[in-house]
Design a binder for this molecule. Structure first.
Ligand SMILES: NC(=O)c1ccc[n+]([C@@H]2O[C@H](COP(=O)([O-])OP(=O)(O)OC[C@H]3O[C@@H](n4cnc5c(N)ncnc54)[C@H](OP(=O)(O)O)[C@@H]3O)[C@@H](O)[C@H]2O)c1
Length: 297
């Protein structure tokens, strides 16, 4: 199996240079890639440019037009903007960018397991029928389908990645404990998977080396568990006391967090290993948090 460091340099364009894409961008820049993409503010664009990323401002609304020369020699695209009520801004407001990207050969759409809906804690596989139980999940499923259909009858290979809870340096239970914002929401039986941001990068790079048009990948670690386990482990690593659990029914949660906690599933991740040959650097939150504490970046 090829390794991510064998990946020949190209030009990656990211719709939404947020946490995951920026981390991937920095890794690819080191391997000689050109990286460009969008962010919503001029200030965000300036920060990205300091890292060597060609940043374009795009806030995903009607009339907000991207300069199509940006796509002239783009070979790979990662789509990372969450869909709104109208759909995915990159497709709704900028559909013609595809015809301005003649060198494009690989697209990755970053989705979520919300498309599966609640599975009562059972394992869910990519071939299982999606059954979203929330507006969030329905919007995602519609966006997945819109991205796949945008590349029907083309030579471009599109893949869908259903990412579990993303964590990594600057966005982890370690950071939550240190900032005093850690909470343990107690909902007996509720578990979910996580994924370290750098393992996402490895999986995306492995897919770039082995395109498989229309393929869906669950992107998750090997151990679904309650969120409290992760917070308590971070507290132990830091030598701090964990917060008291808050019962789910009385917890103050955003609508998105409440919808997230109302579903329970474990992701089957055989495919990223057997087809893409990926060995996770952080198979559970324990390796991930230890590394964040050790390296801090
Ligand atoms: N966080 C999780 O645990 C999780 C789990 C599964 C899937 N996901 C999804 O996976 C993707 C990557 O996650 P992430 O945490 O790396 O994302 P993120 O850090 O929130 O970045 C999202 C990017 O999209 C841009 N964006 C957001 N709304 C936009 C809009 N209406 N118009 C134009 N641009 C917009 C943001 O712009 P700015 O640069 O200006 O912020 C940012 O660059 C996202 O779609 C996310 O919803 C996340």
């Amino acid at each position: 199996m090829p390794t991510p460091s064998d990946l020949a340099p190209g030009h990656l364009f990211c719709f939404g240079l947020g946490y995951t894409c920026r981390r991937l961008a920095l890794r690819l820049l080191k391997q000689g890639w050109r990286v460009s993409g969008t962010t919503r503010s001029g200030q965000g664009a300036d920060t990205l440019r300091q890292d060597g990323i060609e940043a374009w401002v795009f806030n995903g609304s009607a009339g907000d037009t991207l300069d199509k020369t940006a796509f002239a020699d783009v070979t790979h695209v990662v789509a990372s903007i969450p869909p709104g009520a109208e759909g995915d801004p990159a497709l709704v407001w900028q559909p013609d960018w595809i015809s301005h990207a003649p060198s494009l050969r690989w697209v990755g759409y970053l989705s979520t397991p919300a498309v599966y809906g609640d599975r009562g804690g059972a394992f869910v596989h990519e071939d299982d029928d999606p059954n979203p139980g929330s507006g969030r999940g329905e919007r995602r499923l519609a966006a997945e389908r819109a991205w796949v259909s945008a590349f029907e009858k083309t030579d471009v290979s599109i893949q869908v990645f259903r990412l579990s809870g993303i964590y990594g340096p600057g966005r982890s239970a370690i950071d939550q404990m240190r900032s005093g914002k850690a909470r343990i929401i107690d909902k007996p039986g509720q578990v979910f998977n996580r994924i370290h941001v750098d393992d996402i990068g490895t999986i995306l790079m492995a897919s770039m080396q082995q395109p498989n048009h229309g393929r869906i990948y669950n992107v998750a670690d090997d151990e679904a568990c309650p969120s409290g386990d992760v917070i308590r482990y971070a507290a132990t690593l830091l030598g701090m006391d964990p917060p008291e659990p808050i019962p789910f029914d009385s917890a103050e949660l955003s609508p998105m967090a409440r919808s997230f906690y109302s579903e329970c599933k474990r992701l089957d991740t055989t495919r990223i290993k057997s087809e893409l040959g990926v060995e996770l650097a952080y198979p559970t939150y324990r390796e991930g948090l230890q590394s964040i504490l050790r390296v801090g970046m």
